[in-house]
Design a binder for this molecule. Structure first.
Ligand code: FUL
Length: 646
């Protein structure tokens, strides 16, 4: 199931009048004599002139910076996707649009439980499927009866999941986002408005004067479906307080084409929710990463080249070159690419940060299904390092069940994941270091080395040239196995290559080398390093790099995998009786409660170590017979403390 639909429709605005096409042709023919652009001022969109040299384009790429809403959004790092709707009750991933609204019966709906669980697990907000491809609306709309308003089996048609959701998110201080599928299987039914061939004609949005908020109305030229969709966007953006993200899914299971008036949709959101960041295959604010596994590229850039109209690019959607899944969206060689006539392949460069969506479900389900299996800590941790750790915002899907609640097992999975992250990132082991320029490096005025370790993402160390080094002299020898680097995005994304060295007592020893950084780059070392001096070397950058933060971290429990161990039959957790930390403590099943006596580290040497006690899971008395009890015991390295996962 792909987000990037093969039925991607050309947005209506791409149908340009003849005079514009003539003007474009004229530009192409006069390219050889067209002037190159001057050095760009920092901006979210920087035009590329046909004759700009590769060097000019790369120099200008260094001046592409995030809008304030993009910067705020990138710093969220962890968001939750929440897929909930008729599919939850019909056991489907894609619905049909013919569902009886009465199937939707979340008798125990508890959006406070969603919000509190997400907050406890370190998520900054959530995005709810207000309408998935089936077209069923989770809120009462004046524009369609297909939704909760016709659901006699739940709150007698008076329910509003979007209201419950947004109220709970705001109550817990979390961001609230809305997912809306433009493709609509219900409106695609005979007599429906999707792709019905109706004319684009002048409309006022909202259609119902009673829906007008603060006197804001829009005059658009829309066909039946666009007018319908625009009314729903207006309702969602005007009724529920602050909306922080809007997600338009380009998958289209209808098999038919319908023009999407994106520029008008974007205008409604910008007007009613100026702070909302909008996601689509290509913007306007957020770029879909190109897969649904939650993985970014190793060299993930937020500066992407596009062909299109630079003048409207900040409020427009255009697919990135080669599609969202292309291996390279921002290398110097891609940015420098020429057309066959020798002019630049691109019209503009745009700040276009990636979003990595993936599922908590190990089966890659978006909607809840019976006997759902959640990913364990190792997989979630891998996803985290491949998303947040690669300059991408993680959008992890959780699926409320038919009661309208998150399964306790899902909450436990999220909590375990968060325990692992807080256990790793709770203490920056570089804290307290003396930071100095490396030999041969000097910093720009006021951009001192200490700013790379002040915990402030808006202040940064900057050398005077495109390369340079920083030396961190730690207060004492420290052991770490994760490196963290963050650029100061206020001045863009610049770094192209860097290396990190550890002092081994007599020489610098390189322990990591990588390419881009951006909002955050995390590197897991294959084995822990103990040293009292670490050196960062920026070896390539589009302009003088600006390093906001440097961090050294240690994953708890060695390089082992940490989390709870649950019994599939009972859903209960492997637990240490009475939270004992003494030899001989009994190990048993108990309701999962997030306690450290239910945390285990599974090490590569076969030992399983209790989180609270640090003691090993042990066969009592080293017995080998049926019925032998399991206990905790001081780790001995003996065979009765070694376990194999099959
Ligand atoms: C896809 C959709 O088809 C899936 O159902 C899901 O919503 C996912 C996030 O995007 O394109």
């Amino acid at each position: 199931m792909s987000h990037n639909s093969p039925h991607f429709d050309a947005p209506a605005y791409q149908l340009r009048p003849l005079w514009m096409i003539c003007a474009l042709v004229a530009v192409v023919f006069s390219a050889a004599t067209a002037p190159a652009s001057a050095a760009a001022n920092p901006a979210q969109v920087v035009p590329v002139a046909p004759n700009d040299s590769p060097a000019t384009i790369i120099a200008n790429a260094a001046n592409v910076v995030p809008s304030p809403r993009q910067l705020a959004w990138q710093r969220l790092e962890r968001m939750a996707f929440i897929h909930f709707g008729v599919n939850t009750f019909t056991d489907r991933e894609w619905g049909t649009g013919t569902e009886d609204p009465d199937v939707f019966q979340p008798a125990g709906l508890n959006t406070d439980q969603w919000a509190s669980s997400l907050k406890d697990a370190g998520f900054k907000g959530g995005i709810l499927t207000a309408k998935h491809h089936d077209g069923f609306l989770l809120f009462p709309s004046k524009a369609s009866a297909f939704g909760v308003a016709s659901d006699r089996a739940w709150q007698n048609g008076g329910g509003d999941v979007v209201r419950n959701f947004t109220d709970s998110m705001h109550k817990y201080g979390l961001k609230a986002g809305i997912y809306l599928s433009p493709a609509d299987l219900h409106e695609n039914l005979s007599g429906g408005r999707f792709a019905n061939g109706s004319a684009q004609k002048p409309v006022t949005i909202p259609s119902d004067p009673a829906e007008v908020v603060n006197g804001v109305t829009f005059q658009f030229t829309s066909d039946d479906y666009n007018a319908y969709f625009e009314n729903t966007i207006y309702e969602l953006m005007s009724r529920y307080g602050s909306i922080d993200e809007v997600w338009w899914d380009m998958a289209n299971p209808t098999g038919r084409t319908q023009p999407y008036n994106f520029l008008d949709w974007i205008k409604i959101v910008r007007t009613l929710q100026p702070g909302a960041a909008m996601e689509n295959d290509g913007g306007p604010d957020i770029r879909w990463i190109g897969n649904e596994n939650g993985y970014a590229r190793q060299s993930e850039t937020s500066v992407v080249p596009y062909t299109g109209n630079a003048a409207i690019a900040a409020d427009n959607i255009v697919n990135p070159p080669g599609g969202n899944g292309a291996a390279d969206l921002g290398s110097d060689s891609l940015l420098s690419q020429r057309k066959s006539d020798g002019t630049s392949a691109w019209n503009y460069l745009k700040w276009s940060p990636g979003e990595c969506n993936g599922t908590l479900s190990a089966r890659h389900d978006w909607f809840w299904h019976a006997n759902e299996v959640w990913r364990g800590v190792p997989e979630l941790e891998d996803m985290y390092y491949a998303s947040v750790g690669r300059n991408c915002t993680m959008l992890l899907n959780v699926s409320p069940n038919r009661q309208g609640q998150l399964d306790q097992s899902a909450i436990t999975a999220l909590a375990d994941f968060n325990t692992r992250l807080t256990g790793t990132f709770g203490t920056n082991l570089a804290t307290g270091a003396t930071v100095t320029n490396d030999t041969g490096t000097s910093n720009a005025a006021g951009r001192t080395p200490a700013l790379a370790l002040d915990g402030n993402l808006d202040s940064s160390w900057q050398p005077t040239t495109t390369t340079g080094g920083l030396v961190f002299t730690l207060p004492a020898a420290r052991t770490f196995d994760v490196l963290s680097l963050q650029e100061d995005l206020n001045s863009g994304q610049h770094v192209q290559s860097y290396a990190v060295d550890a002092w081994n007592g007599s020489a610098w020893n390189q322990i990591a080398a990588d390419t881009t950084i951006g909002q955050k780059k995390l590197t897991r070392l294959s084995s822990p390093v103990t040293t009292s001096q670490v050196r960062l070397r920026i070896t390539g950058s589009r302009t003088a790099p600006a390093i906001a933060e440097f961090g050294l971290f240690k994953r708890p429990g060695g390089s082992g995998q940490q989390g709870s161990i649950t019994s599939t039959a009972s859903g209960r957790c492997v637990d240490v009786n009475g939270q004992s930390t003494t030899n001989g403590a009994a190990v048993q099943l108990w309701d999962c409660n997030g306690g450290t006596n239910q945390q285990w580290t599974v090490n590569t040497d076969g030992t399983i170590v209790g989180g609270q006690s640090g003691l090993c899971l042990d066969a009592n008395g080293a017995a080998t017979t049926n019925g032998t009890k399991l206990v905790l015991w001081t780790c001995t390295g003996a065979a009765d403390q070694k376990w194999q996962f099959r």
